[in-house]
Design a protein around this ligand. Sequence first.
Ligand SMILES: Nc1ncnc2c1ncn2[C@@H]1O[C@H](COP(=O)(O)OP(=O)(O)OP(=O)(O)O)[C@@H](O)[C@H]1O
Length: 339
Amino acid sequence: MVKLCNRCQKEKAALKRPKTSEQLCKQCFYTALEDEVHETIVKNKLFKAGERIAVAASGGKDSTVLAHILTLLNARHSYGLDLFLLSIDEGITGYRDDSLETVKRNEQQYGIPLKILSYQELYGWTMDDIVRAIGHKNNCTFCGVFRRQALDRGAALLKADKMATGHNADDIAETVLLNILRGDVPRLGRCTNIITGEEGALPRVKPFKYTYEKEIVMYAFFKKLDYFSTECIYAPYAARGAAREFVKDLEQVRPRAICDLIKSAEQFRLDTKTGESLPVPGKCQRCGYISSQDVCKACILLEGLNKGMPTLGVSRTRTKKAPKPTKAVQPAAVNGLVQ
Ligand SMILES: Nc1ncnc2c1ncn2[C@@H]1O[C@H](COP(=O)(O)OP(=O)(O)OP(=O)(O)O)[C@@H](O)[C@H]1O
């Protein structure tokens, strides 16, 4: 017997939604997902009319679907946003070079201008160079810290008001678990925030906070979106992989587990009486970019690389005293890079 779509009751059901177990036709699935993202955007006041939004685009499924859905919702609901694609080329041969080709095609497909910035031009090192120098251990620390700053720099060049990233519900649930494993209570409370960095120059928003990865993949697949699907070649060495597997196992047993992990972490709010305080954003004395310390993590890591002491700054203990300044990356070095 043909199973009809639970919503329209007319079309044949094409899929079972991983999040709700509803059996839907393709069109009703698209509408359900798009409406949920719209609701998330409106309820959480993620955007204001007239804002310039940098969509952090890696060429992967999440950011590709994000660029697609934001373009669509911006037109459908007259958000009045100016959208831009912003990509960081970490310099990972056989991975990022291929995914950037996808983003270049997305620029044409969605009609959104693209800006690419590379670690090579910002820091003088590619990730391939870094892995050659330090090995596979800790390379994700360098990549994560440099990417975060590189995205901020790119957004500043684009004069963006906000940045939207493709972090989905699974990513956030994984981060919750990692923070529990590390006993990092302040981060545990903060990692589920849908808007971060509001106190600084560039707030970051996560429109896919409640969107399941499996549904993003289904959406991209059924809509035949052009995205790059290979994992980072250095990813097998990341601790996140184990948390990812665990979240997938939990989801298998109980699909709600992903939402529940996010909800439970939301209950962990910082108790100011415990003496723990949130880092106060300031400026790095060397490069001038946002930092809660005198010298930002990117400058400390870069100093370690340039001095042949790559473990400098990798430890999670906070440096009270800033190390002596060496050559810093000057903001001026990347001025005039807007294409
Ligand atoms: N190289 C990059 N350039 C621009 N944005 C990036 C880059 N890498 C990651 N991001 C942003 O951070 C988000 C989460 O990063 P993650 O490492 O999970 O991405 P990914 O798996 O490479 O690709 P995606 O999340 O797009 O499927 C991405 O959705 C994207 O918005």
